[in-house]
Design a protein around this ligand. Structure first.
Ligand code: PLP
Length: 493
């Protein structure tokens, strides 16, 4: 069964049930002789109503761009809390929340109700034409949870990358300075602009050049990879890495990107795709000082860290620092496409009318989903739940993982904030340590223990991203499946 599932996921043959209705399309008529001779193309007609999950998957795989990588070929029919249900009846524990999106779990009834009611009222009240009530309600509710009252003006878009683009546009418009500083291992999206800011993996940018110019990359304090082997010693703090990274920033401003050309620095307070690496408070505070000294805007990309994921509404609150622009998306609307930026009114007021907008930006149904999400935050005390479940996860991982792994000469860096948990595996190069253990655990978890879990970064890292309302019993269950997967992988080593 397991082998069959794996083989299926790997090969995904084009379904034999495709009905080729040949020659129903006439040859393309065009005056160009080059096209006039092109053969007629058959239309593939596929009856999804009677297809099995495997057939649906094969059809999807064949007709969706190969540019999308995916963890599995399950075809999902519905979700409920931490569970995903496939068309063929498979039930899978989702420890990914759709990459940090469904913060209230799949299909939370409060969010569903808010969406249904708004869809019946008006789904699309276009922002360049009119205002709509859900957006105004949302602004007033979001102001209550902003890290600082100065972040009182908003622009809404659909995806995280779009919101990062909005931040870029605002930074350049407001400062009239074009250079942007980003950080090594950062991920900001897949548009041409945002992939130019992304350095977590080359796959996100390879082959797409030329990218946006005037982007400069600064290092981050990453204690586990401390170049001086100081911060990664037992009991050491991370001050060496913090001081080094701040010095490198000062040098970058002297050697590559002059302050008078530099509009903004964009940072994730916890590197997401880059490996769930929390940025130390002293580093974020140091950047704030450098920005203030040099008239540079500090932009916090909280697309993944935002809305309670790290135990506070915004991860910058842990430092605390106040960014000039805060970017949000993902968990804000429990699965509906909503993103945006919050900034100071004096900056936003510099934007000429018409320079911002977008057909679906701040969609009314998505805003209603965000309002429903905020209702759940209050009603279920999600921040309180993140605190106790985070302790449960970290407590268990710290007391169990190192001893299980030590027998195999593998070490693990357990890190993160709140319910943004990273596990980076490494070994001293003994025969037993096989690079790729994180991916193996993830595939074993799915194939054998029906749990979806993600890897991340160029290192051997797993990331755990449960819903913020995960229960104690569900946390225990997630850990049980994780340990079982790990033991299986180690047993094979
Ligand atoms: C920190 C960060 N910024 C931006 C993005 C891009 O968001 P989206 O995939 O919605 O475009 C992501 C997505 O993972 C992210 O984690």
């Amino acid at each position: 069964m397991l082998a069959a599932r794996k083989a299926f996921a790997r090969s995904c043959p084009v379904s034999l049930t495709l009905v080729q209705t040949a020659s129903r399309m006439s040859p393309v008529s065009t005056s160009s002789p080059q096209f006039a001779t092109a053969p007629a193309k058959a239309i593939s007609k596929f009856d999804t109503s009677s297809a099995t999950e495997e057939e649906l998957a094969a059809y999807g795989v064949a007709h969706i761009t190969k540019g999308i990588g995916r963890s599995s070929t399950m075809v999902i029919e519905r979700g409920e809390g931490v569970w995903l249900h496939s068309v063929g009846g498979r039930k899978v524990f989702d420890l990914t929340t759709g990459i940090g999106v469904t913060s209230t779990g799949h299909s939370h009834p409060t969010v569903v109700k808010a969406v249904q009611e708004q869809a019946a009222r008006i789904p699309h009240a276009q922002v360049n034409l009119v205002l709509h009530k859900p957006m105004i309600d949302l602004i007033s509710r979001m102001q209550e949870v902003m890290p600082h009252s100065s972040l009182d003006t908003f622009f809404f878009w659909n995806s995280g990358a779009e919101a990062v683009e909005a931040a870029l546009k605002l930074a350049r418009q407001a400062t009239k300075k074009s250079n942007i500083i980003v950080f090594n291992g950062g991920y900001h999206g897949r548009t041409i602009g945002t992939m130019s800011l992304t350095t977590s993996k080359t796959v996100y940018r390879t082959g797409f050049g030329p990218l946006m110019p005037q982007v400069f990359v600064a290092p981050v304090p990453y204690a586990h990879h401390c170049s001086g082997n100081i911060c990664n010693q037992p009991g050491a703090d991370n001050s060496h890495c913090v001081n080094w990274a701040l010095e490198q920033m000062e040098l970058l401003l002297k050697m590559q990107s002059a302050p008078e050309d530099t509009g903004a620095m964009i940072i994730e307070p916890v590197l997401g795709e880059g490996g769930y690496v929390p940025m130390p408070a002293e580093f974020l505070q140091g950047l704030r000082k450098i920005c203030d000294k040099n008239g540079i805007l500090l932009v916090a990309d909280e697309v993944q860290t935002g809305m309670g994921r790290t135990g506070k509404h915004w991860a910058v609150e842990h430092a605390p620092v106040t960014p000039d622009i805060l970017i949000f998306a993902k968990g804000i609307a429990s699965g509906y496409p909503l993103s945006g930026i919050a900034s100071r009114r004096d900056l936003m007021d510099k934007q000429p009318a018409g320079s911002m907008g977008g057909t679906y930006g701040g969609n009314a149904v998505a805003c209603a989903a965000a309002l429903g999400t905020l209702d759940v935050f209050k009603a279920e005390n999600l921040l309180g739940n993140v605190a106790v479940r985070s302790e449960q996860f970290f407590g268990s991982l710290r007391s169990n993982l190192p001893s299980i792994l030590a027998k195999h000469d593998i070490s693990v860096d357990i890190r993160g904030l709140g319910l943004m948990i990273g596990l980076e595996f490494s070994g001293p190069g003994t025969k037993k340590y096989k690079k790729g253990i994180a991916a193996e655990i993830a595939s074993t978890a799915l194939d054998k223990y029906d749990m979806l879990i993600l890897t991340t970064s160029v290192y051997d890292t797993l990331r755990l991203i449960p819903p913020l309302n995960i229960t104690e019993a569900e946390t225990t269950e997630a850990l049980r499946r994780l340990y079982a997967s790990l033991e299986d992988v180690l047993a094979k080593a």
